[in-house]
Design a binder for this molecule. Structure first.
Ligand code: FAD
Length: 290
């Protein structure tokens, strides 16, 4: 159900109509009396076949309407959710601030969101909860703009600190990928689609293991993945990297994609301005940890 006009109050607000937002809206609304509102920055492109048909995926890369700021849309995940009477969606609506109520006794409560819609700023109250599902990069952006984050960053941007939480925007994990395409000799059969093959031996295994053991995890949350990587070093047959051989519709070309399966380096993603229209800044930090 498309919300029109934009409501002033609902029970649950979900910021972001991507996979997480749509799935959560669908599950939480099932058999519930509560009202749910999904706010999505992107346009409603649910009628576009290259969105609803996964085989048409390649069209997305050509689109001028979708950018790598992840201004994506509610895809087929939303279809079931938005058929429910108690779930509504507003597209091209960007949450710019979480409204937090510090005046009530007890813990701080998110009481709604401020939204930029049709060139105006609206406040929408949440009677029960605000759920932030704005994706890896825009979730920390919204938290920091709302005063939830590391003190030094917020102080430097003159954003009042509402909740000091230095982990916001930290510990981003990403698979570094290198891609090489090459032309094949005539007559080489390449088959259809892509083939995924895992397992690559590390040439300086011992040296890498020693380096790895010298460095303790920088962040406590990384301990689990450190343990997994330790196991990989201990067992020569474990996968340490993967490669994907893909044939992207070109009869005589193959693409080799090399990818870390368990990166230990951690990225960060933070705002660098109070301006809500500015994209957050990502520091990839590749290879900062062996
Ligand atoms: C190139 C690429 C390839 C990937 N390949 C895979 C893969 O093969 N397998 C896999 O499992 N995962 C893959 N991922 C990761 C996958 O896309 C994410 O894990 C998944 O989309 C996360 O879902 P999400 O709902 O958290 O975020 P998203 O799907 O990013 O949804 C967030 C939504 O919030 C909206 N939004 C952001 N800020 C606001 C705001 N302030 N107000 C309102 N709306 C807002 C955005 O427009 C977006 O629609 C890939 C990602 C990329 C970029």
């Amino acid at each position: 159900m498309i919300a029109h006009p934009i409501p002033q109050a609902v029970d649950f607000i979900l910021v972001g109509g991507g996979k997480a937002g749509c799935l959560l809206a669908n599950r939480l609304a099932e058999g519930s009396e509560a009202s749910f509102l999904v706010l999505e920055s992107g346009k409603d492109l649910t009628d576009e076949p290259w969105i609803t048909d996964l085989n048409a995926l390649r069209g997305q890369f050509k689109s001028e309407e979708l950018t790598w700021q992840l201004d994506s849309v509610s895809q087929e995940y939303g279809e079931t959710a938005f058929k429910r009477d108690n779930v509504s969606l507003v597209t091209e609506a960007t949450a710019t601030k979480i409204l937090l109520n510090p005046l009530e006794p007890g813990p701080l409560t998110a009481t709604g969101v401020e939204v930029s819609f049709n060139g105006k700023t609206h406040s929408i109250a949440a009677r029960k909860e605000v759920i932030i599902s704005a994706g890896t990069f825009h979730t920390p952006k919204l938290l920091e703009l709302s005063g939830i984050g590391g003190r030094s960053l917020l102080d430097s941007l003159e954003i009042p600190v509402v909740i000091e939480s230095p982990g916001v925007g930290q510990n981003v994990q990403n698979h570094l990928m290198s891609v090489v395409s090459f032309e094949l000799n005539e007559g080489i059969a390449i088959g259809e689609g892509g083939q995924t093959i895992s397992l690559l031996a590390l040439p300086d295994r011992q040296q890498q293991q020693d380096l790895f053991n010298e460095h303790e995890p920088v962040e406590p949350e990384s301990k689990v993945s450190y343990e997994i990587v330790r196991k990989i070093f201990a067992d020569k047959t474990e996968a340490s990297a993967s490669f994907l051989l893909a044939f992207m519709g070109m009869p005589n070309f193959a693409t080799l994609v090399l990818m870390q399966t368990l990166p230990i380096s951690r990225e960060s993603c933070h705002i660098h301005s109070k301006d809500t229209n500015q994209s957050p800044r990502i520091d990839p930090n590749f290879f900062s940890n062996p």
